[in-house]
Design a binder for this molecule. Structure first.
Ligand code: SF4
Ligand code: FE2
Length: 635
């Protein structure tokens, strides 16, 4: 294989070390897996029952139906909506955890947590239509938790989930309602997908995909509530200067990497680490305890507390290869099972924390919100013990680190705009879109994949869109890519933004007290925080009296791989947003499903999938879409 594996400079340092030490990484396993199964890539392999597996011959010579009679359209549609169900389950389970924590705080049962952002809690209550007059904070928190948990319990099929109803434009809700795809209950919708895709159930690809869209909108609901309630509990992000890439690991500190997606534990680990710093120093770590982030747990603590980000998805193993991570604490999602084996090659304690997410070979410290402080102390103590076993001769921390200005939640974006127009904060943004200084807005989301040289598609696309005056937002591992490659800096704005975009970013940044422009790409948080970008878009659409599918707004997941990305991409389409995928979705074995997602969706929803593997061409195509939307608005 001649393809470059990663464009992250720390990989260039650490991959040869891994090789020398005989440590296999994700890229070695990718190579060993070639050639990958063509039937799987097309989505035409079915393993739904034990008469199978069945696979449809894409060339038309062999079987065109599975043993039960399912054809390629049915099989592909079933497979892809099961992926959506899995993604929605992951996000909404995360959301449920946060909602239950809020309920626990309201009832005074969780001493480790508090409402750190009362204003946000009140804003959320108002949004959900909860009367807060004369109510104290615990009562408001209880009411918000109750309304949120209804989204997991409501049995009235005609009553949409509370959060989605409170979040979208009226026109969008009507359009989705007319298609019968508004979810009424997150759990029920996920269960329906599993039920209808059993052998011998729904075989109509259009009906299946509509069920998948409903599941994706349930995913959106779960993400909205996870983000907003996390802000209420842990604080809404505000701009903060921090750093990214493996150079943030310190040679003379007890390094604890927090990895996964759920902020409930990592928040407490950060707090407890401060209290136990002296113990680390006593153990010989003259720089005390250094918390670093990986993947979206990393993004959560980065945007809220300025904790540096060590790695995004594909670099998680390399963090261990530095030989200087004393504990890797993992919660849920995107954790490679290989980390325990690599940790064992060093002194690293890999610690799982969730009862339903364990890894053979890892240490398990069961995390319960009721005993969060105790669990966090155990974890930090385990890290300090591991530090004592660290072999300094095997430490290789790449000298690779970029500054990153992060922490652009809805409130901080609106806050920055308010410094230009306090009475009407969105006006400067709308004006600059209307006059063409900003051509459009792109939300970069999604993962890293071994199908793409790590980070390369994100960076290539962002530079091109920036030069063409597109304002960019990012979440998840996309945000990690930009942070690691120095695109979340003021210097990047000065270097890569087109003249008119640079002018706007400088005006906003200067007026907001940043002494210069906003960073080129605005870090909005973890992958559940994609809902933040939607909130900004909805506010703009409402102000203009249009719907989301009229805005010059696009989304892109250039290195997508997770089932969560399938769910996110699908709700993005359902909300009316043209959505680019830079990796091949496993649906092309069905012409019908491919057409539904890339063409018919445009008529039904306004949004659609746009697949383009070449990042340069992808950027061109998104620019065309943006111009088409501008034309539609007459601007
Ligand atoms: Fe084959 Fe049908 Fe069973 Fe799928 S559900 S494995 S197509 S028999
Ligand atoms: Fe993520």
């Amino acid at each position: 294989m001649t393809m470059k594996l990663s464009t992250d400079p720390s990989a260039a340092t650490l991959l040869p070390i891994a090789k020398k030490e005989g440590i296999a990484t994700v890229w070695d396993r990718h190579r060993a897996m070639q050639p990958q199964c063509g039937f799987g890539q097309l989505g035409v392999c079915c393993r739904i029952c034990w008469k199978g597996p069945c696979r449809i011959d894409p060339f038309g010579d062999g079987p065109q139906r599975g043993i039960c009679g399912a054809d390629a359209d049915t099989i592909v549609a079933r497979n892809v909506i099961r992926m959506i169900a899995a993604g929605a389950a992951g996000h909404s389970e995360h959301g449920r955890h946060v909602a239950l924590a809020l309920q626990g705080v309201a009832e005074g049962r969780l001493p480790a947590y508090q409402i750190r952002d009362e204003a946000k809690l009140r804003a959320v209550a108002a949004k959900l239509g909860i009367c807060t007059e004369g109510q104290d904070v615990p009562a408001i928190a209880a009411a918000v938790a109750k309304a949120t948990l209804e989204d997991f319990q409501n049995q009235d099929h005609d009553a949409p989930c509370n959060w989605i109803e409170a979040t979208l434009t009226k026109k969008r809700l009507e359009r989705l309602q007319a298609l019968h795809v508004l979810p009424h209950n997150i759990d029920a919708v996920i269960t329906q997908i599993m039920g209808r895709t059993l052998v011998g159930c729904d075989a109509d690809p259009v009906n299946l995909i509509l069920g998948g869209i409903k599941g994706a909108l349930a995913d959106f609901d779960g993400m909205c509530l996870a983000t907003e309630l996390s802000d209420a509990l842990f604080g809404s992000p505000t701009p903060v200067v921090t750093a990214a890439n493996l150079g943030v690991i310190k040679p003379d500190a007890v390094n604890i990497a927090v990895h996964g997606h759920n902020p409930l534990l990592s928040e407490v680990v950060c707090e407890v680490a401060g209290q136990m710093d002296e113990e680390a120093r006593k153990a010989g770590a003259k720089d005390g305890i250094n918390i670093v982030g990986i993947c979206c747990t990393g993004n959560e603590v980065m945007v809220r507390h300025g904790i540096p980000l060590a790695a995004n998805y594909l670099s998680q193993e390399l963090a261990l290869v530095t030989g200087a991570v004393d504990a890797m604490v993992v919660d849920v999602q995107c954790i490679m099972p290989s980390v325990s084996e690599i940790g064992a090659c060093f002194h690293t304690a890999v610690i799982t924390t969730m009862a339903e997410n364990k890894i053979p070979g890892a240490t398990h410290v069961d995390f319960k919100e009721e005993a969060a402080l105790e669990s966090a102390r155990r974890i930090v103590a385990t890290a300090i013990e591991a530090y004592k076993r660290r072999d300094p001769r095997r430490v290789n921390i790449p000298d690779v680190k970029q500054t990153a200005i992060v922490g652009f939640g809805v409130e901080s974006v609106v806050g920055a705009l308010a410094t230009l127009n306090a009475a009407d904060p969105l006006q400067p943004l709308i004006e600059n879109i209307a006059n063409g200084n900003i051509r459009g807005i792109a939300l970069f989301a999604g993962c890293n994949s071994t199908q793409v040289a790590q980070d390369s598609s994100f960076v290539t696309m962002a530079k091109k869109l920036a030069a063409n005056n597109v304002l960019m937002l990012a979440t998840g591992c996309g945000a990690g890519s930009f942070a690691k490659h120095g695109l979340m800096t003021q210097e990047a704005t000065l270097e890569y933004a087109g003249e008119s975009l640079k002018g706007v970013m400088t005006a906003i940044g200067t007026s907001a007290g940043l002494n210069g422009p906003l960073p080129l790409v605005l870090h909005m948080g973890s992958c559940v925080d994609n809902s933040r970008a939607v909130q900004v878009a909805v506010a703009v659409a409402d102000k203009l009296g249009v719907d989301l599918d009229q805005l010059p707004l696009v989304a892109s997941a250039p290195e997508a791989m997770s089932e969560k990305a399938v769910a996110i991409g699908t709700w993005s389409v359902a909300l009316g947003i043209p959505t680019h995928l830079g990796t091949m979705p496993q649906v092309t074995g069905s012409a019908k499903v491919t057409e539904l997602l890339t063409q018919t969706a445009k008529d039904l929803l306004g949004g659609y999938f746009l697949v383009e593997l070449d990042p340069n061409l992808a950027a061109d195509k998104l620019l065309e879409v943006i111009e088409e939307r501008r034309k539609g608005l007459g601007i």
